[in-house]
Design a protein around this ligand. Structure first.
Ligand code: FAD
Length: 471
């Protein structure tokens, strides 16, 4: 067939992975085309993920903080919430970011082509625009960054009162009674927003705890602080039926294991399904390019992010867990640099995770629970925020900072922070792990006082007086 566009590099999908890959490819001198089905760049993260959720979480945190300081002699009125204006604010945040990306693409002369891409050969992809017109792009190399989509429960029929994370972020209204199905980070962040805006929330989770992956001692702190947010937290409980009735959404539950009593069916004004995301690998005709896609829709890659087809790379949510924007960005840079012939490899030791709830829960490297389960002996340094002047001054001393060290070398191997701004601080622990720092390196680094970040230095002083650098 005819070829409409020829390029050195074709990037499929313009999420954090795709736009980072396209920008780095262009910076390295490749003539780059970026294909995206939507009219804006930024993918899930900017349009319906990380950024809109944080815009709403910021507002929620301010509302909660104002309520908290009212106990100290400053009284504000009851918040009056104009949902339309709040939605506008969130939209403005998104537009500012996606507009910025469009500008950066232009500046780099990245050719953005709008439409759905389907491979037709190892060197060609066909793009179908919304109006049905088609274009064929011929590329020398490609980076697949098609991301992931929400997982739906098979027994749930569409109804405007039943939403996924995208629907919840639309913020059409604030329900009186809301059920969050799935106690992971995304569900709990949205629960935080909606409960602060006035909804009563129930959470149902199949596993034995919320926020899987985080150490239980941190989750406990978060849960205790949030007791008032939730009417019911149903653990080890399965959602088995969701029925849209005129008077509400009727949800039925079943025990996920023996010994658990599931509650009676409940009526809700809104139900958020947040049960995970699945990769888009099966939706791009990868087989036409010879790229192997796993049963679940993932694409396997090597240390340079190369697929089984050497001139085609894959990055981001599409190549596996954790499905996080910062992982996608780093993989993107590796893929683009490898494509340009550099000796780039993805060799990050650790990837931090953050729940931007209130308080925030952040962790990186090996967790204490994981070490215990695997029988790995570690040393722990824990600094309770009740001893942090700044946390106490902020009226938020419920949290703690903990560091995990190799028992012999005292090198740091993991860490966790629960408390306000935990996500902003976890990067220091990630850096320490990447640099191979030991307890003394961290403990002897002078952190400014009084800051929350100082708690990291304090936690490292568990070995104070023990110098691991000298015999
Ligand atoms: P995506 O962002 O999914 O982008 C893929 C792009 O490819 C999309 O724009 C899609 O339209 C396009 N595309 C797919 N197929 C085609 C095709 N055939 N043709 C053309 N275009 C195509 N991560 C964090 O790190 N921090 C957070 O705080 C955070 N919060 C989140 C909150 C929510 C509610 C959600 C849903 C996710 C959140 N995530 C967060 C996860 C984060 O959004 C993803 O990890 C990230 O977006 C993955 O980037 P990606 O480039 O792999 O893919």
């Amino acid at each position: 067939g005819t070829v409409d566009i020829e390029c050195d590099m074709m990037v499929l999908g313009a999420g954090p992975g795709g736009y980072s890959a396209a920008f780095r490819s262009a910076d390295l001198g490749m003539n780059t085309v970026l294909v995206e089905r939507y009219s804006t760049l930024g993918g899930v993260c900017l349009n319906v993920g990380c950024i809109p959720s944080k815009a709403l979480l910021h507002i929620a945190a301010v509302i909660d903080e104002i309520a908290a300081i009212s106990k100290h002699g400053i009284t504000f009125g009851k918040p009056e919430i104009d949902v339309d204006q709040l939605r506008d604010y969130k939209e403005k945040v998104i537009n500012k970011m996606t507009g910025g990306l469009a500008g950066m693409a232009k500046m780099r002369k990245v050719n953005v082509v709008q439409g759905v891409g389907q491979f037709v050969s190892p060197y060609h992809i066909q793009i179908t625009a919304a109006d049905g017109t088609q274009k064929t792009i011929q590329f020398k190399q490609a980076i697949i960054a098609a991301g992931s989509s929400v997982v739906n429960l098979p027994f749930v029929k569409p109804d405007p009162r039943i939403v996924d994370s995208t629907g919840a972020l639309e913020l059409r209204s604030v329900p009186k009674r809301m059920l969050v199905i799935g106690g992971g980070i995304i569900g709990l962040e949205m629960a935080t927003v909606y409960s602060t805006l006035g909804a009563r929330i129930d959470v149902v989770e199949m596993m034995d705890g919320l926020m899987q992956g985080a150490d239980r001692d941190m989750v406990k702190v978060w849960q205790k602080f949030n007791e008032k947010r939730f009417d019911k937290v149903m653990l080890k409980t399965k959602t088995v039926a969701v029925e849209a009735l005129p008077e509400g959404i009727k949800v039925s539950f079943e025990a996920a294991e023996a010994g658990v009593t599931a509650p009676e069916p409940q009526l809700y004004d809104m139900v958020l399904v947040a049960v995970g995301r699945s990769p888009n690998g099966k939706k791009i005709a990868a087989d036409k390019a010879g790229v192997t896609v796993t049963e679940r829709g993932f694409i396997n890659v090597d240390g340079q992010m190369r697929t089984n087809v050497p001139h085609i790379f894959a990055i981001g949510d599409l190549v596996g867990q954790p499905m996080l924007a910062h992982k996608a960005v780093h993989e993107a840079h590796v893929a683009a640099e490898a494509a340009a012939g550099h000796k780039a490899y993805f060799d990050a030791k650790v990837i931090p995770s953050v729940a931007y709830t209130d308080p925030e829960v952040a962790w990186v490297g090996i967790t204490e629970d994981e070490a215990k389960a695997k029988g790995i002996k570690l040393e722990k340094g824990l600094f309770p925020w009740a001893a942090s002047g700044r946390a106490v001054a902020n009226g938020r001393d419920e949290g703690f900072t903990k560091l995990l060290f190799d028992a012999e070398t005292h090198r740091i191997v993991g860490g966790g922070i629960v408390g306000t701004h935990a996500g902003d601080m976890i990067g220091e622990i990630a850096l320490a792990i990447e640099m191979g720092a030991d307890a003394v390196d961290i403990g002897k680094t002078i952190h400014p006082h009084p800051t929350l970040g100082e708690s990291i230095g304090m936690a490292a002083e568990v070995f104070e007086g023990v110098c691991t650098d000298l015999p």
